[in-house]
Design a protein around this ligand. Structure first.
Ligand SMILES: [Zn+2]
Ligand SMILES: [Zn+2]
Length: 259
C-alpha cells in the first residue's frame, strides 16, 4: 500500500509546484488527452514492478531455487546495510534504464513502441505524461529491473525507494517547471534537460538526454544536450497523425510492425 500513497503524494507535490510557478502559464491543465494520461499513470506506474518483486520473492524464485540449489550470488545483497542496497539499486537500475532507453531509440521496432511516450506535443508537457508510454515498455523495464533485485536479495525497502525516487524525478522531468538544478544538473535529471529529449527536430535515431533519475550517464557518454531555452517544437515527425486514445495508441506499434 505504500507505493500508491507515495505516487499520490509525488503527484500532488509536483502539481502544486506547477500551479505555483508554471514555465508555460498559457498551458491548459485540463486538456483533451488528460484522461488517457491518467489511465496510463495508473496502468504504467511502478505497481507492476513492486508487484513483480513481491511475486518473485514468494512464488517465482523458490521453485527456481529448488532446481538450481544454492547459488553463489543468490541473496548476496541481503547482508548489506540498507544504505548500500539503496545506493546500488538506484545507480545500477538507473544505468540499466539508460541503456534500455538508448535501445528504444536506436532499434527501429522498439522505437515504434517508444513513440507513445514521444507523442507528447506542445501544450501537453506536464507531470502526468511521465507515465505515458506503451504498456510493453512497463513489462520489459519492470521485469528486467525487479526480478534481479529479488534474486540478489535486495530488500523490499530498497526496491520501493527506487520506485518512489524514480516516480518523483520522472514527474519533475516532465513538469511544466523551469528547473535546471544548478550545479546538481550534472548528477540529477531535470525538466530543462528532459524537455530536449522530446525535441521534434532531433534527427532520427539521434535523440539525446536518455537519463531517467541521473543525468551523469549522458554527460559521461556524450549524449547530453541542453541548449538555452526550450526546443522549437515537441514530438517527432509524424506525431500529427499519432493516435491519442489508450487502446489505439497501444495497437499502433503492432499495426506498424505488421506492415
Ligand atoms: Zn525517449
Ligand atoms: Zn519523457
Amino acid at each position: 500500500m505504500i507505493y500508491p500513497i507515495a505516487l499520490a503524494i509525488c503527484s500532488l507535490l509536483v502539481a502544486a509546484l506547477e500551479a505555483f510557478a508554471p514555465r508555460r502559464p498559457e498551458q491548459r491543465q485540463l486538456r483533451p488527452t488528460l484522461w488517457t494520461d491518467l489511465v496510463m499513470l495508473v496502468f504504467n506506474g511502478h505497481f507492476l514492478g513492486v508487484g513483480l518483486y513481491l511475486l518473485s520473492t514468494k512464488w517465482i524464485l523458490p521453485p527456481i531455487d529448488r532446481v538450481l540449489g544454492p547459488h553463489l550470488y543468490r541473496n548476496v545483497a541481503a547482508h548489506w546495510p540498507l544504505w548500500l542496497q539503496v545506493a546500488t539499486v538506484l545507480l545500477v537500475m538507473d544505468f540499466a534504464q539508460w541503456c534500455i532507453h538508448n535501445l528504444l531509440h536506436r532499434v527501429s521496432w522498439l522505437w515504434e513502441f517508444h513513440k507513445v511516450h514521444h507523442s507528447v506535443v506542445d501544450g501537453e508537457m506536464d507531470w502526468i505524461v511521465s507515465f505515458r508510454f506503451h504498456w510493453m515498455e512497463a513489462v520489459i523495464y519492470k521485469t528486467l529491473q525487479y526480478l534481479p533485485l529479488a534474486f540478489f536479495g535486495f530488500s523490499a525497502t530498497a526496491a520501493l525507494t527506487h520506485a518512489i525516487v524514480g516516480t518523483l524525478i520522472g514527474h519533475l522531468n516532465h513538469a511544466n517547471l523551469d528547473l535546471g538544478h544548478g550545479p546538481w544538473r550534472y548528477l540529477v535529471n531535470n525538466p530543462r534537460m528532459h524537455l530536449w529529449h522530446h525535441d521534434y527536430d532531433a534527427p532520427p535515431g539521434k535523440a539525446r538526454n536518455f537519463g531517467i533519475i541521473f543525468s551523469c550517464w549522458d554527460y559521461l557518454f556524450g549524449t547530453a544536450h541542453v541548449p538555452d531555452g526550450p526546443p522549437r517544437k515537441l514530438g517527432f515527425p509524424g506525431v500529427e497523425s499519432f493516435p491519442h486514445n489508450f487502446f489505439t495508441s497501444s495497437l499502433w506499434p503492432l499495426q506498424r510492425l505488421k506492415k
